[in-house]
Design a protein. Sequence first.
Lengths: 436, 341
Amino acid sequence: MIRYRTLALAGCTAVAIALASAGMAWAQELVFWHTFTQPERIKALEDQARKFEAKHPGVKVSTEVVPWQAFPEKWTTSFAAGRMPDVTAGNINFALAMYDVGAIDRVDDVVQKLGGEKAFVTKPLEMLRYKGAQVALPFYSHARVLLFRKDWLDEKGLKPPRTWDELMKDAVAMTQPPNRYGMIVPFGKQDYMGTLWLYIFTRTARGQFLDKNMNLTFNSPEVIKAAKYLVELYKKASPPGSINFQTGDLQNTFSAERANFFFETGFNISWTVSQAPHIAPFLSAVGAPIPEGGQEAAMSDHIVIMLGKPAKHRALAAEFLASLFEKDFYVKFLHLVPGGMMPTMTEVAKSKEFWAHPLIVRYRPIVEAVMRGIEIGTPIAMENGPNPYAHYIQNLGIVEQMFQDIVQTNRPVEQAVAETHEKLAKLIAEAKAEKR
Amino acid sequence: MDQCPPSEPELARGRPGPASMGASLSRLSGKSLAAGPAGQGTTLLRRVADYLDARLGFLFILPVLILVVYLLVYPVVTSLYISLTNRHLLRHGYTFVGLDNYRQVLADRELWETLANTGVWTVGSLAFQLLLGLAGALLLNRRMTLLWLWRMLIIVPWAFPPIVIAFTWRWILNDLYGVLNYFLVALHLVDVPLLFLGSRSLTMPTAIGVNTWFGFPFFLLAILAALQGIPETEYEAARIEGATAWQTFSNVIFPRIRFTLGIILVLRTMWVVNSFDFIFLLTGGGPGTTTQTLPIFAYFTGWRRYFLGRASAICVILLGILVLTSWFYFRLFQLSHVEEE
């Protein structure tokens, strides 16, 4: 008996696909990636997407969370496949690399739409001006400040450190191994904390990692001076295990009341209040200590929003991007991590609404120190402006390995810095050759 | 080639056997169109439907076959191909560079350090997992009380994703607030906390120890299953003949679990060598490069430095090592299989 089973199956499949396609056929769909994994921030962005859809019938905004750790793989593979999202969050390092290869579009028109350059805080916007284009919009900024608990200083009759010497003296005075340490100097290879510490101290010593022509200047007296200081600080006042510490270990060690000074952003305010409330009343911060003859400096970073390329719905994507800066939504979003996410919009940065949040009021000196850091600081190795090669210094664990070698194999600092310079120079030369 | 007749169950279900499938095919030939049953007024549509119906089963498994080829064959072939190009993650287009990537990778001192680390990590992890798994299985094979509870507890490590395990162990092993160091100091076993994840001499043994904790239940459960297939009469016979514990193990138990051991050794070797997330999250490959294994080296090369061609070359080298190791195991397995027969 002939039952036409296969043909019937094929027919049903075709009908099902046609129906499914009809159901999924939005007039226009925007894909939006962001890197925020906390439920509150995810919900806020979802709500804003629904609001945008309500204003634009027939438009669907699909949001996708891409955690920071997964972002490099995600964007590079999507770029290789020609499937960049319409709108995406990221950081400045990603933005520069993405713009260089044509994965994102310039957003000068969105800047104008939002009120022009004066509508933005100067430094974050400037840092995203690259090759004559505004390559991304700064969504929020932060800067690392020297956090500490004041009661430990009071116990010893010490004052918050303003100079390298004072920091060393304070940190050593508070150190009582193996239970308590004055400072956390992290050298773990999983992230870039060692590079970050070195960058801050190098900058305060008036040094730099890359010059104006994007040439590496790592093997310099200032970097060597900063590296020696950090190694001494590690040996005299940091937990020995911090040789393998990464970001999360800083907060854990601090809240476990085992160590004091460490560089962190204002994100630590809400974290300490919720996770270590016993320490919260004593939480304090100052800018990076300065050596003799040095300068005020900081490491800042900017979380950015970009427009993917090639764009299917460029105008619509730009409109959605602009909607993320609507004042009501923007202030509410920043308040989800009070003091952690600092505004990049001039109006909001000066607004009563932003500064009125109870935690920002309570920790105003820390928040102001962070704001100052944003004003004077730059992302790692971008002291001379946006630099796509900064990534090679920051994210490869090479500087952290240098510190581990110095501490554990007693390699002279000068030799270790020179060898690291060679490694980094080779990588950057290869990257420059690739670009050509 | 002889056609096999359809089996009885197939006939009972009315499913066409190979013979009827052959006939169905022949009906589609030009000859049968003119002279066969199809030529007696059957429409072309009916013949096509009949032909396709006879292969409906194949159509159902076709998507899975395509998926298997896509997931297993395609990545291997692509990796081999990319390893011969200068493909870069941030650049469109690439050119064929022959064996350049292999030359560069093999000339890199870091590769040889990494290979040595991979060897220590794999052999150390497997040896301890095997010993502990075997010992645990022999213990649990006795009639123990609450056997179900022990089995359940042993499988706990497999219930958590590597990221949870890695961060939990980072906390346990921390020198400042870790619970292990706390007890070691409190019990006066050490004077100062140990740098489990920060010392060049301790980090690899620590990582192997944690991996043993994670991996030995797999050995244990597989060996236990094999042990429970040994009839009690064989143990009794050994006892009657006055066999010692070692003689019982080597002559009764070992031949019965040899096959299982071979298979799980192949599987675990591949998993341990390829393991990335667990050791990376635990040590980051440090201190220095003391715990950097081949997958971590490939990750840094491909995903942080963007040299996809070079990273693929490292992966192909890794594949070669695994193929050789598997070949060695399979040789071992075949020998034991012959002996068993």
